[in-house]
Design a protein around this ligand. Structure first.
Ligand code: SAH
Ligand code: SF4
Length: 347
């Protein structure tokens, strides 16, 4: 059976080639064709020998993901619905900024965590993505849009730390110096707080950024909206973040969804200050985006600004996240497999 060549990291490709009596520099050439030049056809890799090209064609698949649907928001945010080999769908987003382009990628089909405010979580879980499917989102978006990502955020569908090995492999591939050459400092992983993997990730070399989806600094409240918070408790999460920061020295992003009347009080702000003390952190306040679950409401601007102001007064570095793509449901937490549920339909 043919293998997907995008599932191989550099070392694996190198091993495979040298086992077939190819010179080791062939691995760099192939990485450059695929990840630097964006080629999807082995025949166009003209500096490879004819026999190597035939070998690759006979043994490997190299194809972009099928774009099932594409929506462009008035602010330029573009959401892609991509079809996988097994007919599952995932979503990836291009977010343009005045001087940079961010790609947001998925790591699972659906998500097993089931946060109560998240469209992805509400739609259930199908399976983990392979490393090749993660990197192929980037290749497919790049090819279709003609843009190049300056930043990549693992914030699409799924929990990256529940698919740790494939996620790490995808990072190895996209940062390799003979391929896409993404700088580790321009890559952010967002997690709901899978504590053992935070310790593991702290040991991975590279200046990767970490974002934590906190949403509440009160244990009981957090458990109500994030089921896995019962297992991975705030106190232990803080210890893990302190360790991560000690290893990496980087500021951690805290994501905090604002849910009307739920987590926006003075007490919530004070608890957040306690949680953050001793950490170098930056808080992103994200007003809740509507999902088919009507349990929560988006706070009005007054409530949002009041909470923001309270945080600033407490000396917390915080910003209200400027929204992108809400009109096409490409904003945070709105990613879901629209094909399965009907475009615009409820889950
Ligand atoms: N599973 C990871 C990464 C994907 S979620 C995580 O939870 O961090 C990406 C971000 O979207 C998270 O911060 C998540 O909390 C946020 N999000 C989910 N649902 C949302 C909603 N309805 N409104 C606003 N943000 C939401
Ligand atoms: Fe999964 Fe993140 Fe959504 Fe929670 S917020 S259900 S962890 S994707």
């Amino acid at each position: 059976m043919k293998k997907n060549i995008l599932d191989l990291n550099y070392t694996e490709l190198l091993t495979l080639l040298t086992e077939n009596r190819e010179k080791s520099y062939r691995a760099s050439q192939i990485f450059s064709w695929i990840y630097e030049k964006g080629k999807f056809d082995f025949e166009t890799m003209t500096n490879l020998s004819k026999s190597l090209r035939s070998f690759l064609k006979e043994n490997f698949i190299l194809e972009p993901l099928e774009i099932a649907e594409k929506r462009v928001s008035i602010d330029g945010t573009t959401k892609y619905l991509l079809k996988l080999e097994d007919n599952n769908y995932i979503e990836s987003v291009i977010i343009p900024h005045p001087n940079r382009t961010t790609y947001c990628v998925s790591t699972q089909v659906g998500c097993p965590i089931g946060c109560r405010f998240c469209a992805t979580g509400l739609a259930g879980f199908q399976r983990n993505l392979k490393a090749g499917e993660i990197v192929n989102q980037i290749l497919t978006l790049r090819r279709d849009s003609g843009t190049k990502p300056n930043r990549i955020v693992y914030m699409g569908m799924g929990e990256p730390f529940l698919n740790y090995e494939e996620v790490i492999k995808s990072l190895e591939i996209i940062t390799h110096p003979t391929g896409m050459k993404m700088s580790t400092r321009n890559i952010t992983l967002s997690t709901v707080g899978i504590i053992p993997r935070i310790y593991d990730f702290a040991k991975v070399s590279g200046a990767y950024r970490l974002a934590i989806s906190l949403h509440s600094a009160q244990q009981r409240k957090r458990e109500k909206i994030i089921p896995v918070a019962k297992k991975y408790r705030l106190g232990d999460l803080k210890k893990a973040l302190l360790r991560f920061q000690k290893e990496k020295g980087k500021r951690i992003t805290i994501e905090y969804i604002l849910l009307k009347g739920f987590n926006t009080s003075k007490e919530d702000a004070l608890q957040l200050r306690n949680f953050l003390s001793g950490l170098k952190a930056f808080v992103n306040l994200i007003p809740y985006n509507p999902t088919p679950n009507d349990e929560f409401e988006r706070p009005d601007n007054k409530e949002v600004e009041k909470f923001h102001q309270t945080l600033l007064e407490l000396g917390i570095n915080a910003e209200i996240r400027r929204e992108k793509g809400t009109d096409i449901e490409a904003a945070c937490g709105q990613l879901r497999r629209i094909k399965l549920y009907g475009v615009g339909g409820g889950i």
